[in-house]
Design a protein around this ligand. Structure first.
Ligand SMILES: Nc1nc2c(c(=O)[nH]1)N[C@H]1C(S)=C(S)[C@@H](COP(=O)(O)O)O[C@H]1N2
Ligand SMILES: [Mo]
Length: 361
């Protein structure tokens, strides 16, 4: 039995707090991921929120602190936007196969999804409050109590004010045409396109405009990148780099590891995501470990912060074969080749070339 209204195929990656991911085949079936197939990343219990009692507080470096009811928020102009949520821990499993990471969720490639969000531009709400010059970061706080780190704090994080006031950053009350499901943040969440999922805070209770980034555990300690030589034992958590923009990434969803496609033309399919305001410009696949590459065809752009689906055909002879995929973004950046280059002890932002091993019959 799945908690919430998830399909039976959705894979539970952690029983408590409930976390689950979409299997690759199902993920690649729908450009807009159905809600009942969408991954869930929770750090605590899903709070039950009474929409009548609900208030969003806006404080810090604002001219007029606000406390808004759901109704007041829903009276503002509505925007609909297709945008991808991408967990910074997606593809951690490949890193864990190299070195175990006790206690970490072993995400395969399905901690990502693309939804149609309905809500108000964060910028419109911030304008009502009046953004002061001293405001450099917008910090978001949720209503859930974190159980993973044992700080007992609510989950939170921040983005720079430039991103908070950019196009396509929503306070969403709808997902795929329906009120947000409880596990996805009912009644209101942030959706920050182009940024790692952790900044899209669910069950949003407060926005604080600050001179500095949020000091929440999930901004100041977790969701930070350390260089490869740093370990859990010697880490100085005042260092490290806070995760922000999604790392450019490209994943093969079909065929999957261990499959046995017939020799001849093999159709390879997947998704690719880019960070910030950049777009996925190109996807290439290789069957000879990157000596030669075949260009993939890309889906239409579904929105400025939506993933792109891709498809390519490779001519494969019999025997064990490795399919490698990589993307290039509109800034001309591409992905690192090896796991070693991206290694970090907390297992974030793995965007090494994605590899799938098959045996061609
Ligand atoms: N309040 C709150 N917001 C949260 C989280 C959380 O645990 N609590 N998890 C974050 C992380 S790490 C991700 S990847 C996304 C996942 O969103 P989803 O569960 O709707 O797929 O929500 C983010 N927002
Ligand atoms: Mo995440």
């Amino acid at each position: 039995m799945q908690p919430f209204r998830k399909r039976p195929e959705i894979k539970t990656t952690k029983e408590y707090p409930y976390n689950a991911e979409t299997p690759p085949g199902l993920l690649r079936e729908h450009f807009v991921t159905p809600t009942n197939a969408f991954y869930v990343r929770n750090h605590g219990d899903v709070p039950e929120v009474d929409p009548e009692q609900y208030r969003l507080k806006i404080s810090g470096h604002v001219e007029r602190p606000l406390s808004l009811s759901l109704e007041e928020i829903q009276r503002l102009p509505k925007t609909d936007l297709v945008s991808t949520l991408y967990c910074a821990g997606n593809r951690r499993r490949e890193l864990m196969e190299r070195t175990p990471m006790p206690g970490k969720v072993a995400w395969d490639v399905g901690a990502a999804g693309n939804a149609r969000w309905g809500g108000v531009l964060l910028r419109d709400v911030l304008r009502e409050a009046g953004v002061e010059d001293a405001a450099r970061h917008a910090a978001f706080t949720g209503l859930d109590k974190d159980v993973e780190s044992e700080t007992g704090e609510p989950f939170g994080g921040s983005v720079p004010i430039e991103r908070a006031t950019a196009d396509g950053v929503l306070l969403a009350y709808e997902m795929n045409g329906e009120p947000l499901a409880s596990e996805h943040g009912f009644p209101l969440r942030v959706v920050v396109g182009g940024y790692v999922g952790a900044r899209s805070v669910k069950w949003l209770s407060e926005i604080t405009l600050r001179a500095e980034p949020s000091d929440n555990h999930y901004q100041a300690v977790e969701y930070k990148i350390f260089p490869p030589h740093v370990t859990a034992e010697n880490a100085d958590y005042s260092g490290g780099e806070m995760l922000g923009e999604i790392p450019l990434n490209c994943v093969t969803c079909a065929p999957q590891n261990g499959e046995t496609p017939a020799r001849g033309p093999v159709v390879v399919r997947g998704y690719a995501v880019a960070g910030g305001d950049r777009r996925v410009e190109r996807v290439e696949v290789s069957a000879d470990r990157g000596r030669s590459w075949t260009g993939a065809s890309l889906s239409e752009e579904g929105g400025p912060a939506a993933w792109r689906f891709w498809e390519a055909t490779l001519e494969l002879g019999p025997g064990p074969r490795e399919i490698v995929a990589r993307a290039t973004d509109s800034g001309g950046a591409t992905q690192p080749e090896t796991i070693e280059e991206v290694w970090n002890f907390q297992g974030y932002a793995n965007n090494a070339w994605h590899r799938v091993s098959v045996r061609v019959g």
